[in-house]
Design a protein around this ligand. Structure first.
Ligand code: PSU
Ligand code: MN
Length: 301
């Protein structure tokens, strides 16, 4: 039920760098047909950096770590492909269905396969209105229990960012800014909140990972928060305005649960004429490149 591709298996056995990539962003986070181009482009970025990409998804009841091109195509284009958090994995496998994996499911499968570094766009987290809806992404709890390094542009700005940072502290998940002392804001370079730690090089990240293996709480993750370059961020005023409308629309249309994140991301893409998409892609690309360099530093360590 866990299928690690030959390429990924060989790379791990030879201690060559491997980067895990999630599939929810492909299936549910980006519009078609751009999503397929992006999925393949991200794999290319990993390869250009000399690492092996391991895109993760469930297909016909098997959890795959490392997909072939035809399998990436299925994730991007298959209608009705589900969104799977980590709790859904055993259910999806037993039911024999296909689904894209969120950060929580991807991190779990990557770590089961022995992949230590993972790149995504923005993590899930505590939603605004959390006190009423109790909506907090399963990403956070899973990262408190999984030894993996996640490179992300912070958490999605649709969330309650300070509450999410607080939860990460409570859960004991290590967070460091990459070349910044500000927590990035996904579409924005700066969420307006500080981080306590800054790392400057992939080698430094690898040193933290080594130290975690000796001194870290058992199986906790490391979040490397890598900001989108300021020149490529979404205009902060446009972001604030459209996000407010998106949250109102979500509320009025009664969108709940797993549907909330895709709804908000899609609303932003449409109402910013694609500007949020450009910022999102710039962030993901940068994260994937950095993750490949961290994986190389880790493999060479
Ligand atoms: N980052 C993106 N686009 C996405 C997501 C993250 O740039 O679509 C996905 C991730 O897979 C993350 C999920 O794990 O959204 C969080 O969903 P939820 O809030 O339902 O846990
Ligand atoms: Mn949720």
């Amino acid at each position: 039920m866990l299928v690690v591709s030959e390429e990924v298996r060989e790379a791990l056995a030879a201690r060559r760098p491997v980067v895990a990539l999630e599939s929810t962003i492909i299936a549910h986070g980006l519009p078609r047909p751009r999503n397929l181009q992006v999925a393949l482009e991200l794999e290319d970025v990993v390869r250009q950096e000399g690492a092996v990409p391991a895109t993760i998804a469930v297909l016909d009841g098997r959890a795959h770590v490392g997909l072939g091109k035809d399998q990436v195509e299925r994730v991007a284009n298959e209608d009705g492909i589900r969104k799977l958090g980590h709790r859904d994995l055993p259910l999806a496998v037993a039911a024999g269905v296909s689904g894209a994996t969120t950060v929580s499911a991807t991190a779990l499968l990557a770590s089961l396969a022995g992949v230590r570094v993972f790149a995504t766009g923005g993590l899930g987290g505590v939603h605004r209105e959390w006190t009423v809806t109790q909506d907090e992404s399963a990403d956070l709890g899973l990262l408190a229990r999984t030894r993996i390094t996640v490179v992300c542009a912070g958490v999605k700005s649709i969330l309650d960012v300070p509450a999410t940072l607080q939860r990460l502290e409570t859960l004991g998940v290590a967070v460091a800014g990459y070349r910044t002392d500000r927590f990035p804001g996904f579409y924005l370079s700066d969420s307006g909140h500080p981080v306590d730690w800054t790392l400057e090089t992939p080698g430094q990240v690898a040193e933290v990972m080594r130290a975690q293996d000796t001194l870290g709480a058992p199986q906790s993750a490391l979040i490397v928060a890598n900001p989108v370059p300021e020149a490529e961020q979404l205009d902060p005023e446009l972001h604030a305005r459209v996000l407010a409308d998106a949250l109102t629309a979500c509320d009025e249309e009664g969108v709940t649960g797993q549907a909330v994140t895709p709804f908000l991301l899609d609303y932003l893409v449409r109402q910013t004429d694609g500007a949020s998409l450009s910022a999102n892609l710039a962030a993901v690309r940068g994260n994937v490149r950095l993750a490949a360099r961290i994986a190389a530093a880790w493999a060479g360590a």
